[in-house]
Design a protein around this ligand. Structure first.
Ligand code: NAG
Ligand code: NAG
Ligand code: NAG
Length: 501
Protein backbone atom coordinates (compact mmCIF):
# COMPACT_ATOMS: atom_id res chain seq x y z
CA UNK A 1 0.00 0.00 0.00
CA UNK A 2 1.23 3.47 -0.81
CA UNK A 3 0.86 6.43 1.45
CA UNK A 4 1.30 10.07 0.95
CA UNK A 5 2.96 11.72 3.88
CA UNK A 6 1.91 14.99 5.36
CA UNK A 7 4.37 15.97 8.01
CA UNK A 8 3.25 18.38 10.62
CA UNK A 9 6.04 19.70 12.70
CA UNK A 10 4.71 20.53 16.08
CA UNK A 11 6.20 23.59 17.61
CA UNK A 12 6.32 23.55 21.33
CA UNK A 13 7.48 20.55 23.24
CA UNK A 14 5.78 17.25 23.54
CA UNK A 15 9.23 15.92 24.24
CA UNK A 16 10.13 14.43 27.57
CA UNK A 17 13.20 16.43 28.42
CA UNK A 18 11.49 19.72 27.80
CA UNK A 19 8.07 18.70 29.08
CA UNK A 20 6.00 21.61 30.24
CA UNK A 21 4.17 20.75 33.44
CA UNK A 22 0.43 20.58 32.99
CA UNK A 23 -1.69 22.77 35.16
CA UNK A 24 -2.49 20.50 38.05
CA UNK A 25 -3.38 20.60 41.66
CA UNK A 26 -0.32 20.24 43.81
CA UNK A 27 0.12 20.18 47.56
CA UNK A 28 0.02 23.93 47.80
CA UNK A 29 -2.67 24.54 45.21
CA UNK A 30 -6.30 23.68 45.67
CA UNK A 31 -7.60 21.27 48.25
CA UNK A 32 -5.45 18.28 47.37
CA UNK A 33 -2.73 17.15 49.74
CA UNK A 34 -1.95 14.09 47.67
CA UNK A 35 1.67 13.54 46.70
CA UNK A 36 3.42 11.24 44.26
CA UNK A 37 6.84 9.83 45.12
CA UNK A 38 9.22 7.77 43.03
CA UNK A 39 11.74 5.32 44.46
CA UNK A 40 15.29 6.21 43.42
CA UNK A 41 18.27 3.89 44.00
CA UNK A 42 21.33 5.85 45.16
CA UNK A 43 23.17 2.50 45.21
CA UNK A 44 23.68 2.59 41.44
CA UNK A 45 24.53 6.27 40.99
CA UNK A 46 28.01 6.34 42.56
CA UNK A 47 29.44 7.44 39.20
CA UNK A 48 27.71 10.85 39.28
CA UNK A 49 30.16 13.73 39.44
CA UNK A 50 28.03 16.58 40.69
CA UNK A 51 24.55 17.94 41.31
CA UNK A 52 24.16 18.63 37.59
CA UNK A 53 24.15 14.89 36.97
CA UNK A 54 20.79 14.76 38.81
CA UNK A 55 19.18 17.66 36.96
CA UNK A 56 17.66 15.69 34.07
CA UNK A 57 16.01 13.22 36.46
CA UNK A 58 14.65 16.03 38.63
CA UNK A 59 13.24 17.99 35.68
CA UNK A 60 11.74 14.96 34.01
CA UNK A 61 10.08 13.73 37.19
CA UNK A 62 8.76 17.16 38.06
CA UNK A 63 7.34 17.58 34.58
CA UNK A 64 5.34 14.41 35.09
CA UNK A 65 3.86 15.58 38.37
CA UNK A 66 6.13 13.56 40.66
CA UNK A 67 6.62 15.58 43.86
CA UNK A 68 9.57 13.85 45.48
CA UNK A 69 12.16 11.16 44.98
CA UNK A 70 12.44 8.59 47.76
CA UNK A 71 16.24 8.29 47.90
CA UNK A 72 16.95 4.66 48.72
CA UNK A 73 20.22 4.40 50.65
CA UNK A 74 22.39 1.69 52.08
CA UNK A 75 25.66 2.22 53.91
CA UNK A 76 28.02 2.65 50.97
CA UNK A 77 30.97 5.05 51.29
CA UNK A 78 29.65 7.24 48.44
CA UNK A 79 26.16 7.67 49.91
CA UNK A 80 26.65 11.10 51.50
CA UNK A 81 28.40 12.50 48.43
CA UNK A 82 25.54 11.41 46.20
CA UNK A 83 22.85 12.54 48.66
CA UNK A 84 24.52 15.96 48.71
CA UNK A 85 24.31 16.18 44.93
CA UNK A 86 20.71 14.95 44.85
CA UNK A 87 19.53 17.41 47.52
CA UNK A 88 21.33 20.25 45.73
CA UNK A 89 19.88 19.38 42.33
CA UNK A 90 16.38 18.95 43.78
CA UNK A 91 16.56 22.40 45.39
CA UNK A 92 17.67 23.94 42.11
CA UNK A 93 14.86 22.24 40.19
CA UNK A 94 12.04 22.87 42.65
CA UNK A 95 11.75 19.17 43.50
CA UNK A 96 11.63 17.50 46.89
CA UNK A 97 13.54 14.47 48.12
CA UNK A 98 13.56 12.33 51.27
CA UNK A 99 15.61 9.47 52.70
CA UNK A 100 14.43 5.89 52.35
CA UNK A 101 16.54 3.62 54.52
CA UNK A 102 17.14 0.21 52.95
CA UNK A 103 17.13 -2.40 55.71
CA UNK A 104 18.88 -4.88 53.46
CA UNK A 105 21.92 -2.84 54.49
CA UNK A 106 20.88 -1.03 57.67
CA UNK A 107 19.79 -3.20 60.57
CA UNK A 108 16.94 -2.50 62.95
CA UNK A 109 19.37 -2.07 65.85
CA UNK A 110 20.69 1.13 64.23
CA UNK A 111 17.92 3.52 65.31
CA UNK A 112 20.37 6.22 66.40
CA UNK A 113 22.36 5.99 63.17
CA UNK A 114 19.14 6.30 61.18
CA UNK A 115 18.03 9.27 63.26
CA UNK A 116 21.44 10.93 62.91
CA UNK A 117 21.27 10.56 59.12
CA UNK A 118 17.79 12.11 59.11
CA UNK A 119 19.15 15.04 61.13
CA UNK A 120 22.05 15.52 58.71
CA UNK A 121 19.67 16.29 55.81
CA UNK A 122 16.56 17.55 57.61
CA UNK A 123 17.18 21.25 57.19
CA UNK A 124 18.25 21.24 53.56
CA UNK A 125 15.80 23.17 51.37
CA UNK A 126 14.84 20.19 49.19
CA UNK A 127 13.86 17.97 52.14
CA UNK A 128 10.22 16.91 51.83
CA UNK A 129 8.13 17.95 54.79
CA UNK A 130 4.62 16.68 55.36
CA UNK A 131 2.45 18.30 58.01
CA UNK A 132 5.57 20.34 58.86
CA UNK A 133 7.50 17.19 59.75
CA UNK A 134 10.59 15.76 58.08
CA UNK A 135 9.37 12.97 55.82
CA UNK A 136 11.32 9.68 56.04
CA UNK A 137 10.65 6.22 54.64
CA UNK A 138 12.29 2.82 54.31
CA UNK A 139 12.48 -0.52 52.63
CA UNK A 140 11.63 -3.06 55.39
CA UNK A 141 12.77 -2.16 58.93
CA UNK A 142 10.01 -3.60 61.15
CA UNK A 143 11.21 -3.46 64.74
CA UNK A 144 13.26 -0.26 64.50
CA UNK A 145 13.32 1.53 67.86
CA UNK A 146 11.19 4.53 66.92
CA UNK A 147 11.63 6.73 70.00
CA UNK A 148 15.43 6.30 69.70
CA UNK A 149 15.28 7.21 65.98
CA UNK A 150 13.04 10.24 66.64
CA UNK A 151 15.26 11.48 69.41
CA UNK A 152 18.46 11.18 67.35
CA UNK A 153 16.74 12.96 64.44
CA UNK A 154 16.38 16.14 66.51
CA UNK A 155 13.35 17.10 64.40
CA UNK A 156 9.78 15.97 64.28
CA UNK A 157 9.73 13.10 61.82
CA UNK A 158 6.85 11.99 59.60
CA UNK A 159 7.93 8.35 59.43
CA UNK A 160 6.21 6.33 56.71
CA UNK A 161 8.35 3.18 56.59
CA UNK A 162 7.77 -0.04 54.71
CA UNK A 163 6.65 -1.79 57.91
CA UNK A 164 4.47 -4.86 57.42
CA UNK A 165 1.01 -5.31 58.94
CA UNK A 166 1.28 -7.76 61.83
CA UNK A 167 5.04 -7.19 62.15
CA UNK A 168 5.90 -3.50 62.59
CA UNK A 169 4.34 -1.25 65.23
CA UNK A 170 1.71 0.71 63.29
CA UNK A 171 0.74 2.71 66.38
CA UNK A 172 4.13 4.41 66.50
CA UNK A 173 4.42 5.53 62.87
CA UNK A 174 2.80 8.36 60.93
CA UNK A 175 2.13 6.42 57.72
CA UNK A 176 3.38 3.32 55.89
CA UNK A 177 4.65 2.28 52.48
CA UNK A 178 3.55 -1.02 50.96
CA UNK A 179 6.30 -2.29 48.66
CA UNK A 180 4.35 -5.19 47.13
CA UNK A 181 3.17 -3.64 43.89
CA UNK A 182 2.78 -7.08 42.30
CA UNK A 183 0.42 -9.99 42.87
CA UNK A 184 2.49 -12.54 44.80
CA UNK A 185 2.30 -15.77 46.78
CA UNK A 186 2.87 -14.17 50.18
CA UNK A 187 6.48 -15.34 50.06
CA UNK A 188 7.98 -12.86 47.63
CA UNK A 189 7.43 -14.99 44.51
CA UNK A 190 4.79 -15.12 41.80
CA UNK A 191 1.33 -16.26 42.88
CA UNK A 192 -0.08 -19.68 42.09
CA UNK A 193 -3.82 -20.31 41.75
CA UNK A 194 -4.05 -21.52 45.36
CA UNK A 195 -1.76 -18.88 46.87
CA UNK A 196 -2.43 -15.40 45.62
CA UNK A 197 -1.96 -12.18 47.56
CA UNK A 198 -3.09 -9.57 45.05
CA UNK A 199 -1.94 -5.94 45.12
CA UNK A 200 -5.47 -5.01 46.20
CA UNK A 201 -5.20 -7.51 49.11
CA UNK A 202 -2.03 -5.66 50.13
CA UNK A 203 -3.83 -2.30 49.93
CA UNK A 204 -6.54 -3.61 52.23
CA UNK A 205 -4.09 -5.04 54.77
CA UNK A 206 -2.24 -1.71 54.94
CA UNK A 207 -5.33 0.47 55.05
CA UNK A 208 -6.72 -1.71 57.87
CA UNK A 209 -3.45 -1.65 59.84
CA UNK A 210 -3.07 2.12 59.38
CA UNK A 211 -6.55 2.88 60.82
CA UNK A 212 -6.87 6.16 58.96
CA UNK A 213 -3.20 7.16 58.91
CA UNK A 214 -1.80 8.02 55.48
CA UNK A 215 -1.06 5.11 53.16
CA UNK A 216 1.77 5.21 50.60
CA UNK A 217 0.32 2.98 47.87
CA UNK A 218 2.78 1.40 45.44
CA UNK A 219 2.49 1.57 41.66
CA UNK A 220 4.79 -0.50 39.50
CA UNK A 221 4.88 -1.69 35.92
CA UNK A 222 6.92 -4.87 36.01
CA UNK A 223 9.17 -7.24 37.90
CA UNK A 224 11.87 -9.40 36.32
CA UNK A 225 15.32 -10.06 37.70
CA UNK A 226 17.87 -12.47 36.24
CA UNK A 227 21.22 -12.48 38.01
CA UNK A 228 23.21 -15.71 37.69
CA UNK A 229 26.51 -16.93 39.11
CA UNK A 230 28.38 -14.04 37.44
CA UNK A 231 27.48 -11.96 40.54
CA UNK A 232 27.20 -12.78 44.24
CA UNK A 233 23.56 -11.65 44.48
CA UNK A 234 22.09 -14.31 42.17
CA UNK A 235 18.30 -14.09 41.84
CA UNK A 236 15.94 -15.05 39.06
CA UNK A 237 12.19 -14.54 39.13
CA UNK A 238 9.23 -12.55 37.83
CA UNK A 239 6.00 -11.30 39.30
CA UNK A 240 2.98 -11.22 36.96
CA UNK A 241 3.30 -7.92 35.13
CA UNK A 242 1.64 -7.73 31.67
CA UNK A 243 -0.90 -4.84 31.86
CA UNK A 244 -0.02 -4.01 35.46
CA UNK A 245 1.15 -0.43 34.80
CA UNK A 246 -2.25 0.45 33.34
CA UNK A 247 -4.42 -1.62 35.68
CA UNK A 248 -2.65 -0.37 38.79
CA UNK A 249 -3.10 3.29 37.87
CA UNK A 250 -6.81 2.66 37.36
CA UNK A 251 -6.88 1.02 40.81
CA UNK A 252 -4.99 3.97 42.33
CA UNK A 253 -7.62 6.37 41.00
CA UNK A 254 -10.31 4.25 42.65
CA UNK A 255 -8.44 3.93 45.94
CA UNK A 256 -7.31 7.57 46.08
CA UNK A 257 -4.69 7.15 48.81
CA UNK A 258 -2.95 10.17 50.36
CA UNK A 259 0.37 9.17 48.77
CA UNK A 260 1.52 7.07 45.82
CA UNK A 261 5.06 5.73 45.37
CA UNK A 262 6.14 4.66 41.91
CA UNK A 263 8.38 1.60 42.15
CA UNK A 264 10.85 2.65 40.70
CA UNK A 265 12.76 5.31 38.79
CA UNK A 266 16.01 3.42 38.24
CA UNK A 267 16.01 -0.10 39.63
CA UNK A 268 17.13 -1.60 36.34
CA UNK A 269 18.04 -4.93 37.97
CA UNK A 270 14.38 -5.67 38.79
CA UNK A 271 13.08 -4.16 35.52
CA UNK A 272 10.64 -1.79 37.22
CA UNK A 273 12.41 1.42 36.16
CA UNK A 274 10.42 4.17 34.44
CA UNK A 275 13.38 6.55 34.20
CA UNK A 276 15.56 6.68 31.09
CA UNK A 277 18.28 4.12 30.34
CA UNK A 278 20.50 7.16 29.77
CA UNK A 279 20.06 8.38 33.35
CA UNK A 280 23.68 8.04 34.60
CA UNK A 281 24.24 4.84 36.56
CA UNK A 282 26.68 2.01 37.12
CA UNK A 283 26.04 -1.54 35.97
CA UNK A 284 25.32 -4.21 38.57
CA UNK A 285 25.02 -6.75 35.76
CA UNK A 286 21.46 -5.81 34.80
CA UNK A 287 22.52 -4.45 31.40
CA UNK A 288 22.12 -7.98 29.98
CA UNK A 289 18.33 -7.57 30.14
CA UNK A 290 18.10 -3.76 30.21
CA UNK A 291 20.04 -2.82 27.07
CA UNK A 292 17.66 -1.86 24.24
CA UNK A 293 14.69 -1.94 26.65
CA UNK A 294 13.61 1.66 27.23
CA UNK A 295 10.64 2.17 29.56
CA UNK A 296 10.13 5.93 29.22
CA UNK A 297 6.83 5.34 27.41
CA UNK A 298 5.50 4.28 30.83
CA UNK A 299 6.56 7.62 32.18
CA UNK A 300 4.48 9.30 29.46
CA UNK A 301 1.53 7.05 30.27
CA UNK A 302 1.61 7.96 33.94
CA UNK A 303 1.40 11.73 33.36
CA UNK A 304 -2.38 12.05 32.94
CA UNK A 305 -2.97 9.42 35.64
CA UNK A 306 -0.85 11.43 38.09
CA UNK A 307 -2.85 14.55 37.24
CA UNK A 308 -6.16 12.70 37.73
CA UNK A 309 -4.97 11.17 41.01
CA UNK A 310 -3.94 14.55 42.40
CA UNK A 311 -7.27 16.05 41.46
CA UNK A 312 -9.07 13.20 43.23
CA UNK A 313 -10.70 12.19 39.95
CA UNK A 314 -11.68 8.56 39.38
CA UNK A 315 -11.29 8.93 35.63
CA UNK A 316 -8.15 9.87 33.74
CA UNK A 317 -10.03 10.88 30.60
CA UNK A 318 -10.10 14.63 30.89
CA UNK A 319 -6.39 14.79 31.80
CA UNK A 320 -5.30 13.44 28.42
CA UNK A 321 -3.74 16.36 26.56
CA UNK A 322 -1.56 14.56 24.00
CA UNK A 323 -3.04 11.68 22.03
CA UNK A 324 -0.71 8.71 21.96
CA UNK A 325 -0.29 4.97 22.12
CA UNK A 326 2.00 3.36 24.64
CA UNK A 327 2.85 -0.26 23.87
CA UNK A 328 5.07 -2.92 25.39
CA UNK A 329 6.04 -6.55 25.04
CA UNK A 330 8.77 -8.99 25.97
CA UNK A 331 11.26 -9.46 23.10
CA UNK A 332 10.76 -13.23 22.81
CA UNK A 333 7.90 -15.71 23.27
CA UNK A 334 8.16 -17.54 26.56
CA UNK A 335 8.64 -21.03 25.07
CA UNK A 336 11.97 -20.11 23.45
CA UNK A 337 14.60 -22.30 25.08
CA UNK A 338 17.87 -20.58 26.12
CA UNK A 339 19.10 -23.21 28.59
CA UNK A 340 22.32 -23.96 26.68
CA UNK A 341 23.55 -20.33 26.87
CA UNK A 342 21.64 -18.65 29.73
CA UNK A 343 23.72 -17.14 32.54
CA UNK A 344 21.63 -18.79 35.28
CA UNK A 345 22.53 -22.26 33.95
CA UNK A 346 26.24 -21.80 34.68
CA UNK A 347 28.14 -22.44 37.91
CA UNK A 348 26.50 -22.99 41.28
CA UNK A 349 25.45 -19.70 42.84
CA UNK A 350 24.80 -19.29 46.52
CA UNK A 351 21.04 -19.63 47.10
CA UNK A 352 20.95 -18.60 50.76
CA UNK A 353 18.37 -15.97 49.75
CA UNK A 354 16.08 -18.61 48.23
CA UNK A 355 15.75 -16.25 45.27
CA UNK A 356 17.86 -18.16 42.78
CA UNK A 357 16.38 -20.42 40.13
CA UNK A 358 17.99 -21.87 37.04
CA UNK A 359 16.77 -21.23 33.50
CA UNK A 360 13.47 -19.46 32.88
CA UNK A 361 12.73 -17.05 35.71
CA UNK A 362 10.58 -18.53 38.46
CA UNK A 363 6.99 -17.47 37.79
CA UNK A 364 7.43 -17.23 33.99
CA UNK A 365 4.10 -18.99 33.43
CA UNK A 366 2.31 -15.92 34.84
CA UNK A 367 3.42 -13.79 31.85
CA UNK A 368 1.30 -13.85 28.69
CA UNK A 369 2.83 -13.94 25.21
CA UNK A 370 1.19 -10.68 24.23
CA UNK A 371 1.65 -7.14 23.03
CA UNK A 372 -0.03 -4.66 25.38
CA UNK A 373 -1.31 -1.35 24.06
CA UNK A 374 -2.67 1.62 25.98
CA UNK A 375 -4.49 4.27 23.96
CA UNK A 376 -4.77 7.81 25.30
CA UNK A 377 -7.29 9.51 23.02
CA UNK A 378 -9.38 12.66 22.93
CA UNK A 379 -11.98 11.17 20.62
CA UNK A 380 -12.84 7.62 19.49
CA UNK A 381 -10.52 5.98 16.96
CA UNK A 382 -9.61 2.63 15.45
CA UNK A 383 -6.39 1.11 16.74
CA UNK A 384 -4.58 -1.36 14.49
CA UNK A 385 -1.86 -3.55 15.91
CA UNK A 386 0.17 -5.86 13.68
CA UNK A 387 2.34 -8.24 15.69
CA UNK A 388 4.32 -10.32 13.22
CA UNK A 389 1.92 -11.82 10.69
CA UNK A 390 -1.27 -11.19 12.62
CA UNK A 391 -3.09 -7.88 12.57
CA UNK A 392 -5.95 -6.91 14.88
CA UNK A 393 -8.26 -3.89 14.97
CA UNK A 394 -9.94 -2.37 18.02
CA UNK A 395 -12.48 0.40 18.40
CA UNK A 396 -11.14 2.63 21.17
CA UNK A 397 -13.28 5.15 23.01
CA UNK A 398 -12.14 8.63 23.96
CA UNK A 399 -10.04 8.49 27.13
CA UNK A 400 -7.70 5.73 28.24
CA UNK A 401 -8.16 2.13 27.19
CA UNK A 402 -5.98 -0.97 27.00
CA UNK A 403 -5.75 -3.79 24.48
CA UNK A 404 -3.96 -7.13 24.42
CA UNK A 405 -2.80 -8.73 21.19
CA UNK A 406 -1.31 -12.20 20.75
CA UNK A 407 2.46 -11.85 20.35
CA UNK A 408 3.80 -12.63 16.86
CA UNK A 409 7.44 -12.97 15.84
CA UNK A 410 8.57 -10.19 13.49
CA UNK A 411 7.87 -6.47 13.21
CA UNK A 412 5.45 -4.71 15.56
CA UNK A 413 3.29 -2.02 13.95
CA UNK A 414 0.76 0.33 15.45
CA UNK A 415 -1.68 2.77 13.89
CA UNK A 416 -4.51 5.07 14.92
CA UNK A 417 -7.13 5.84 12.26
CA UNK A 418 -10.27 7.97 12.15
CA UNK A 419 -12.75 8.08 9.29
CA UNK A 420 -10.43 5.89 7.24
CA UNK A 421 -7.49 8.28 7.63
CA UNK A 422 -4.35 7.39 9.53
CA UNK A 423 -3.83 9.87 12.34
CA UNK A 424 -0.54 8.39 13.48
CA UNK A 425 1.39 5.19 13.02
CA UNK A 426 4.80 3.73 13.65
CA UNK A 427 6.81 0.54 13.52
CA UNK A 428 8.58 -0.39 16.73
CA UNK A 429 12.36 -0.27 16.70
CA UNK A 430 12.34 -3.68 18.41
CA UNK A 431 11.24 -6.83 16.58
CA UNK A 432 10.02 -9.86 18.48
CA UNK A 433 12.39 -12.76 17.81
CA UNK A 434 12.34 -16.47 18.57
CA UNK A 435 16.04 -16.61 19.41
CA UNK A 436 17.88 -15.89 22.68
CA UNK A 437 19.08 -12.28 22.63
CA UNK A 438 22.60 -12.26 24.09
CA UNK A 439 21.96 -15.91 24.91
CA UNK A 440 19.71 -15.26 27.91
CA UNK A 441 16.07 -15.44 28.99
CA UNK A 442 14.98 -11.81 28.82
CA UNK A 443 11.54 -11.20 30.38
CA UNK A 444 11.98 -7.41 30.54
CA UNK A 445 9.62 -5.51 28.21
CA UNK A 446 10.41 -3.09 25.42
CA UNK A 447 8.19 -0.01 25.82
CA UNK A 448 7.46 2.24 22.85
CA UNK A 449 5.10 5.04 21.92
CA UNK A 450 3.26 6.35 18.88
CA UNK A 451 4.24 8.98 17.96
CA UNK A 452 7.75 7.78 18.81
CA UNK A 453 9.98 9.62 21.24
CA UNK A 454 12.38 12.04 19.59
CA UNK A 455 15.55 10.34 20.74
CA UNK A 456 16.39 6.68 21.18
CA UNK A 457 17.01 6.08 24.87
CA UNK A 458 20.24 4.12 25.36
CA UNK A 459 22.47 2.88 28.15
CA UNK A 460 25.66 4.88 28.46
CA UNK A 461 29.07 3.21 28.84
CA UNK A 462 29.01 3.01 32.68
CA UNK A 463 25.62 1.33 32.44
CA UNK A 464 27.04 -1.30 30.08
CA UNK A 465 30.19 -2.11 32.04
CA UNK A 466 29.18 -5.68 32.96
CA UNK A 467 27.25 -6.53 29.80
CA UNK A 468 29.38 -9.38 28.60
CA UNK A 469 30.38 -10.81 31.98
CA UNK A 470 29.14 -14.41 32.07
CA UNK A 471 27.60 -14.33 28.58
CA UNK A 472 28.13 -17.38 26.38
CA UNK A 473 27.43 -15.73 23.03
CA UNK A 474 28.34 -12.43 21.34
CA UNK A 475 26.00 -9.62 22.29
CA UNK A 476 25.47 -6.67 19.93
CA UNK A 477 25.34 -3.43 21.91
CA UNK A 478 22.76 -0.64 21.66
CA UNK A 479 21.15 -1.92 18.48
CA UNK A 480 17.89 0.09 18.52
CA UNK A 481 17.43 2.07 15.35
CA UNK A 482 20.60 0.61 13.90
CA UNK A 483 19.80 -2.59 12.07
CA UNK A 484 17.29 -1.32 9.54
CA UNK A 485 16.62 2.20 8.42
CA UNK A 486 14.98 3.66 11.48
CA UNK A 487 11.80 5.63 11.55
CA UNK A 488 12.63 9.30 10.98
CA UNK A 489 13.83 10.92 14.16
CA UNK A 490 14.56 14.60 14.55
CA UNK A 491 15.09 17.00 17.37
CA UNK A 492 11.62 18.38 16.83
CA UNK A 493 8.57 16.35 17.57
CA UNK A 494 6.82 15.25 14.42
CA UNK A 495 3.31 14.09 13.99
CA UNK A 496 2.95 11.88 10.97
CA UNK A 497 -0.30 12.09 9.10
CA UNK A 498 -0.80 9.66 6.31
CA UNK A 499 -3.38 9.82 3.56
CA UNK A 500 -4.05 6.62 1.69
CA UNK A 501 -3.68 7.01 -2.05
C1 NAG B 1 -4.54 -13.22 41.70
O1 NAG B 1 -5.64 -12.38 42.02
C2 NAG B 1 -5.82 -11.31 41.11
C3 NAG B 1 -6.94 -10.43 41.65
O2 NAG B 1 -8.09 -11.17 41.85
C4 NAG B 1 -6.13 -11.88 39.73
O3 NAG B 1 -6.29 -10.82 38.81
C5 NAG B 1 -4.98 -12.78 39.30
O4 NAG B 1 -5.28 -13.38 38.06
C6 NAG B 1 -4.72 -13.86 40.34
N1 NAG B 1 -3.52 -14.62 39.98
C7 NAG B 1 -3.42 -15.93 40.08
C8 NAG B 1 -2.15 -16.58 39.68
O5 NAG B 1 -4.33 -16.63 40.51
C1 NAG C 1 16.72 -21.75 45.81
O1 NAG C 1 15.94 -21.77 46.99
C2 NAG C 1 14.54 -21.76 46.76
C3 NAG C 1 13.85 -21.65 48.12
O2 NAG C 1 14.28 -22.67 48.94
C4 NAG C 1 14.13 -23.01 46.01
O3 NAG C 1 12.73 -23.00 45.77
C5 NAG C 1 14.90 -23.03 44.69
O4 NAG C 1 14.59 -24.20 43.98
C6 NAG C 1 16.38 -22.96 44.95
N1 NAG C 1 17.09 -22.85 43.69
C7 NAG C 1 17.88 -23.80 43.21
C8 NAG C 1 18.53 -23.57 41.90
O5 NAG C 1 18.06 -24.86 43.81
C1 NAG D 1 17.99 20.44 15.36
O1 NAG D 1 17.17 21.13 14.46
C2 NAG D 1 17.74 22.31 13.94
C3 NAG D 1 16.69 23.03 13.10
O2 NAG D 1 15.97 22.10 12.33
C4 NAG D 1 19.03 21.98 13.16
O3 NAG D 1 19.63 23.14 12.64
C5 NAG D 1 20.00 21.27 14.08
O4 NAG D 1 21.14 20.86 13.39
C6 NAG D 1 19.33 20.06 14.72
N1 NAG D 1 20.21 19.49 15.72
C7 NAG D 1 20.43 18.17 15.80
C8 NAG D 1 21.34 17.76 16.91
O5 NAG D 1 19.93 17.36 15.04
Amino acid sequence: MLFKFILLALLGTLSLSAATPLPQEGPDKGASDRLVFCHFMIGITSNRKGAADYDDDMKLAKGLGIDAFALNIGVDPYTDTQLGYAYESAAKNDMKVFLSFDFNWYNTGQASAVGAKVKQYASLPAQLKVDNKVFVSSFAGDGLDLPAMQSAAGNEVFFAPNFHPGQGDFNAIQGALNWMAWDNNGENKAPTPGRNVSVADGDKAYVDALKGKPYVAPASGWFFTHFGSEVSYSKNWVFPSDLLWYNRWQQILGLSPRFVEIVTWNDYGESHYIGPLSSPHTDDGASKWVMDMPHTGWLEMSKPFIAAYKAGDKSVDKYITDEKLIYWYRPTPRDVNCDSTDTTMQGSPNNASGNFFTGKPNGWETMQDAVFVVALLKSPATITVASGKVSEKFEAQAGASAFTVQMGVGQQKFAVTRDGKTVMEDTSLKDIVDTCICGIYNFNPYVGTVPPEKTIDKLQSDGLAMLTQGLKVPCATNTLGGSRSPAPRSNDTWLFMYTAS
